[in-house]
Design a protein around this ligand. Structure first.
Ligand code: PMV
Length: 331
C-alpha cells in the first residue's frame, strides 16, 4: 500500500563523540557515542512514491536540491525500495526549521525523518530500533535522532551491523539540560565527516588511543546521566570533544574545523565557568560552538556569547523528542 508520509526528526548533539568507522560500506561506527536530542532544531520530510516520475525528486528548503544531495537520498531510498519490492521513484520534500546555510549539520535530522517517512510511504512498518539501523546507513548520527532525550549509539560487534543501533538512555523530561548554539560561520565545511574520519583513521598516530579511551568515556557518561551529575556530564563532554578535534588535528595534513570565533567562544565558556557558572562546550566537525548548561544560567550565557564579535546568531534549545510521523495520506 503506497501513501504519502511525513515525518519530523530532531537534530542531536553528541556529548561523547563518534569519529571513525569500522565498516565504510555499512556505515558502522568504530566507537559508541552518547547524544542529546535537540527540541528546537528539526527537519520535516515527506515522501511519496510515484510511478509516473522519471527519477527521484528532492526539494530541499523550497528549492530543487543539487545533484550530489539527490543522489545520496536516492541511494538511501533504494534500500527502502528493495525491501518494499518496488522501483517507483519518489518525490521527497524536506525542510529544516533552521536557516539553510546556517552552518548547522542537518544529516542527523534529515536521514532520521527520511527513514520514517520513506518506510511508511512504502508500506513498511519498522520498530524504532530497526529505523535506527536504517537511518545509520544514511548518516551515523541519524541513528541517534530516532530517539528523544539522552541516547546511546552502540558500537555493536556483528559484521552485518544489526547491533549497531541506538537506544534511549533517558527521555527528554528526565533532566532539564539546555544547549546554546553559537553560529560563528555560515560557510559550508570543506571536509565532510566521512572524509575527515577516514583521513584521521589512516594518518593520525592517536587513532588507536581514541578507540581504546572511548569505552571509559561512555561508562563515565552513563554514570553522570544516572546521577544527574552536571559537572561530570560537562567535563566528559569537553574531554570527548577536545580528544576528537585533537585526533583530527593530528591527521596528516591536519584537519582544523574551528575558526578564531570558535576559540573566542571556547574561551568565554571557560571564563564563565571560572566565575562559577556551570557551562561546558562541545563542537562537531564545524566551527559552531554548543554551550551545555542548566536552565537558570541560559540568559547570562547567551548575553556573553552574543557579545563576542563575529557570533552571528544564537539558537537556544532544551532536549527534544524522537522521530515521529506528522502526516499520512493514502494514495
Ligand atoms: O553522522 P555523521 O556521519 O555526519 O558524523 C557525525 C560526527 C560528529 O558530529 C562530529 C560527532 C557525532 O557523534 O555526532
Amino acid at each position: 500500500m503506497m501513501m504519502k508520509a511525513t515525518a519530523k526528526a530532531h537534530s542531536n548533539i553528541a556529548l561523547v563523540k563518534y569519529w571513525g568507522k569500522r565498516d565504510e560500506h555499512l556505515n558502522l561506527p568504530a566507537v559508541g557515542s552518547i547524544s542529546v536530542t535537540l527540541k528546537e532544531i528539526y527537519t520535516v520530510t515527506s515522501v511519496e512514491f510515484k510511478k509516473d516520475l522519471k527519477k527521484d525528486v528532492l526539494i530541499l528548503n523550497n528549492s530543487t536540491a543539487p545533484d550530489y544531495q539527490r543522489k545520496r537520498v536516492s541511494r538511501f531510498l533504494d534500500l527502502i525500495r528493495k525491501e518494499a519490492g518496488t522501483n517507483a521513484p519518489a518525490r521527497v520534500v524536506s525542510e529544516n526549521n533552521f536557516p539553510t546555510g546556517a552552518g548547522l549539520a542537518s544529516s542527523a535530522s534529515a536521514f532520521a525523518s527520511l527513514a520514517l517517512a520513506g518506510t511508511t510511504a512504502a508500506g513498511i512498518q519498522k520498530s524504532e530500533t530497526q529505523l535506527s539501523g536504517l537511518a545509520r546507513l544514511g548518516s551515523g548520527s541519524a541513528a541517534r535522532s530516532i530517539f528523544g532525550g539522552f541516547v546511546e549509539m552502540n558500537l555493536g560487534t556483528r559484521d552485518d551491523g544489526s547491533d549497531s543501533v541506538a537506544h534511549q538512555i533517558a527521555p527528554e523530561n528526565y533532566w532539564d539540560i539546555r544547549v546554546l548554539i553559537a553560529i560563528t560561520s555560515t560557510a559550508e565545511k570543506k571536509t565532510g565527516s566521512t572524509e575527515g574520519m577516514q583521513h584521521s583513521a589512516e594518518t593520525s598516530p592517536y587513532y588507536q588511543q581514541w578507540l581504546s579511551t572511548s569505552v571509559k568515556d561512555l561508562t563515565d557518561m552513563h554514570q553522570a546521566i544516572k546521577l544527574r551529575d552536571f559537572k561530570s556530564l560537562g567535563e566528559i563532554s569537553e574531554y570527548s570533544c577536545l580528544k576528537m578535534h585533537a585526533l583530527a588535528m593530528s591527521a596528516r595534513p591536519g584537519l582544523i574545523y574551528w575558526n578564531s570565533i570558535t576559540l573566542d567562544c571556547m574561551q568565554a565558556i571557560t571564563d564563565l565557568r571560572r566565575s562559577g557558572i556551570p557551562v561546558y562546550f562541545t563542537i562537531d566537525a564545524g566551527p559552531q560552538v554548543k554551550a551545555i548548561c542548566l536552565p537558570e544560567n541560559v540568559d547570562k550565557i547567551q548575553k556573553v556569547l552574543a557579545n563576542i564579535r563575529g557570533v552571528k546568531k544564537i539558537i537556544k534549545t532544551a532536549l527534544g523528542p524522537g522521530t515521529a510521523l506528522v502526516g499520512e495520506t493514502l494514495l
